[in-house]
Design a protein around this ligand. Structure first.
Ligand SMILES: *Cc1c(COP(=O)(O)O)cnc(C)c1O
Length: 221
C-alpha cells in the first residue's frame, strides 16, 4: 500500500518531467502539489519521507487536524489551501497555510488582509477563477478576474502571485487552461495552478507552473 503510493509519486514526477520537456519548458519549472485531502497523517508521512515537500488540502479544519504535527516533524513543508475559504476561517487559514490558492471574492480578500496584518504572517495568494462559469463552482467569473486581481492589490494591499482553476469535468480542459493563461498575462501574475490527476500533462503544455495531483499519487478517495 505504502510502496504503491511511493511508486505512483515517482511515476507522476516522471510524467511531469516528460511534459516539461515536451513543452520545451525548463526541467523543474512545474511544482507538484500532492493533494492529501481525506488521507491521514500516517498515509502522508511516507510521502514526505520520499522527498515530497509541497502538499494541498481543501478543508481548513481537516488540515488543522493533520498538518501542525507533520510540519513540526519536517521543516520546509509548503502547505496549499486549494478548497473554498469562508471568512470566519481566515484566521486559521493564515496561521496554517503557506499558500492560499482560493481567493475569490472581496470579503475573503478583506478578511485575509486583516488577518495577515494581525498575525504578521503572509501566505502567498492566488485568485481562483471559475473558468467555465459554472453556477455551482467557487471562483471569480473570468470576465471579472483581471479587475478583481487589481482590487485585491489596490483596495486590500494584497500581493497576488497567480491564478488557479478547476475546469468543468466533462469538457476538454485545453481551452480552459488557455483562457487562464491569457487572464494571468492580462492581470500581470506569473503563477498558474492548473491540472489535476486526469489532466496535469495537458495543463503543463498550456503553461501550468503548479499541478495539483491527488488520486494519481495517494490512490482513490
Ligand atoms: C481534490 C482536488 C485536486 C486533486 O484531484 P485529483 O483528481 O485527485 O488529482 C486538485 N484540486 C482541487 C481543488 C481539489 O479539490
Amino acid at each position: 500500500m505504502m510502496t504503491d503510493t511511493i511508486a505512483r509519486l515517482k511515476a507522476v514526477k516522471e510524467k511531469i518531467a516528460s511534459a516539461e520537456a515536451e513543452a520545451d519548458r525548463p526541467a523543474g519549472s512545474v511544482t507538484l502539489v500532492a493533494v492529501s485531502k481525506t488521507f491521514s497523517a500516517d498515509d502522508i508521512r511516507p510521502v514526505i519521507e520520499a522527498g515530497q515537500r509541497v502538499f494541498g488540502e481543501n478543508r481548513v479544519q481537516e488540515a488543522q487536524a493533520k498538518w501542525p504535527g507533520l510540519k513540526a516533524d519536517q521543516p520546509g513543508i509548503e502547505l496549499h489551501l486549494i478548497g473554498p475559504l469562508q471568512s470566519n476561517k481566515a484566521r486559521e487559514a493564515v496561521a496554517l497555510f503557506d499558500v492560499i490558492e482560493t481567493v475569490d471574492r472581496e470579503k475573503i480578500a478583506a478578511a485575509l488582509a486583516a488577518e495577515m496584518k494581525k498575525q504578521g504572517r503572509s501566505p502567498k495568494l492566488c485568485v481562483q477563477v471559475n473558468i467555465g462559469s459554472e453556477p455551482q463552482k467557487a471562483g471569480i467569473d473570468p470576465r471579472e478576474a483581471v479587475a478583481f486581481v487589481d482590487r485585491c492589490r489596490k483596495a486590500h494591499g494584497l500581493v497576488i502571485e497567480g491564478l488557479m482553476c478547476i475546469p468543468p469535468v466533462d469538457e476538454n480542459p485545453g481551452p480552459h487552461f488557455a483562457l487562464l493563461e491569457k487572464l494571468a498575462r492580462e492581470a500581470g501574475v506569473a503563477k498558474l495552478s492548473m491540472g489535476m490527476s486526469a489532466d496535469y500533462e495537458t495543463a503543463i503544455a498550456f503553461g501550468a507552473t503548479s499541478v495539483r495531483v491527488g488520486s494519481a499519487i495517494f490512490g482513490a478517495r
